[in-house]
Design a protein around this ligand. Structure first.
Ligand code: CA
Length: 224
C-alpha cells in the first residue's frame, strides 16, 4: 500500500513518513498541491494525507481538483486550524476523514488503516482468504492455522493483491506500491517476491496468476 503525504512542514512530514514506513506502508512526500497533482497524474497511490494549509493552492482546492479529475483514493486531511468548520468543509469537498494538529501518530495510522479497509469494503482488520488469515492491526498471518512468516515486502505485496482481488494488479503498480521513490526496487525484484509468496501460499491452494503483459491476480482459493 502506497501513501502520498502532501505537507509543507518538513518535520510533520518526516514524522508521518517514518510512522507509515514502520507500519509497512510505502510513503512518498510532496510539499505542495501543485506537486501532488503532478504525481497523481502519472503514479498510483492507495491513499493521500493532505494538509489543508499549503502554500499557493490549499488543501481544499487540491481535493476539489483531484475529485474532479476522477481520483477516487481515500483522503485524510490534516489541519492546524482547530476549527470544526474547516474539517467539515474538507469533508464536503471530498475528503474521507480528518485530524487536527497536533495529533498522535498511532491514531493517524489507525485512521489510515481504517480508510484503506473501508475503501476496499473490508470491514475488519482481520480477514481471511480460503485458509489464509491476516490481521492487519497486529501484522500477523496464519496459513492453515499455522503462523506464516511474511517479511515486509511480501506482506505488502500480498495485501495489495488481496485488496484488489479479483482484479489484476499491474506490475508497474506493484513496483510503486512496494517501493516508492526512495527505493531502487525493479520489476524483476517484484517477480522474486511473487515467487516467494507463491511457494508459501501454494500449500493452501492459493494461486497468484500471471496475466501476461499486465501483471498479477490472486485467484480464488481452490477448496478441496
Ligand atoms: Ca501547512
Amino acid at each position: 500500500m502506497r501513501i502520498l503525504v502532501v505537507e509543507d512542514d518538513p518535520m510533520v512530514a518526516a514524522g508521518i513518513k517514518e510512522a507509515l514506513s514502520c507500519t509497512g506502508y510505502t510513503a512518498d512526500h510532496v510539499k505542495s498541491a501543485e506537486l501532488a497533482e503532478r504525481v497523481l497524474r502519472s503514479e498510483n497511490f492507495d491513499l493521500a494525507i493532505i494538509d489543508l494549509g499549503l502554500p499557493q493552492t490549499d488543501g481544499h482546492e487540491l481535493i476539489r481538483r483531484m475529485r474532479r479529475a476522477g481520483h477516487d483514493l481515500p483522503v485524510l486531511i490534516l489541519t492546524a486550524r482547530d476549527s470544526l468548520e474547516d474539517c467539515v468543509s474538507g469533508l464536503d469537498t471530498g475528503a474521507d476523514d480528518f485530524m487536527t494538529k497536533p495529533f498522535r501518530l498511532p491514531e493517524l495510522i489507525a485512521r489510515v488503516r481504517a480508510l484503506i479497509r473501508r475503501h476496499h469494503s473490508v470491514t475488519s482488520s482481520r480477514f481471511s482468504y480460503g485458509e489464509l488469515e491476516m490481521d492487519n492491526a497486529s501484522h500477523t498471518a496464519r496459513l492453515k492455522g499455522k503462523e506464516l512468516e511474511l517479511p515486509g515486502r511480501e506482506w505488502s505485496l500480498l495485501e495489495t493483491l488481496l485488496m484488489s482481488s479479483p482484479s489484476v494488479v499491474s506490475k508497474d503498480k506493484l513496483v510503486q506500491s512496494l517501493g516508492g521513490w526512495d527505493s531502487d526496487l525493479t520489476p524483476n525484484a517484484v517477480e522474486v517476491y511473487v515467487s516467494r509468496l507463491r511457494a508459501k501460499l501454494s500449500p493452501a491452494g492459493i494461486q497468484i496468476r500471471t496475466v501476461r503483459g499486465i501483471g498479477y491476480r490472486l485467484d480464488e482459493p481452490v477448496t478441496a
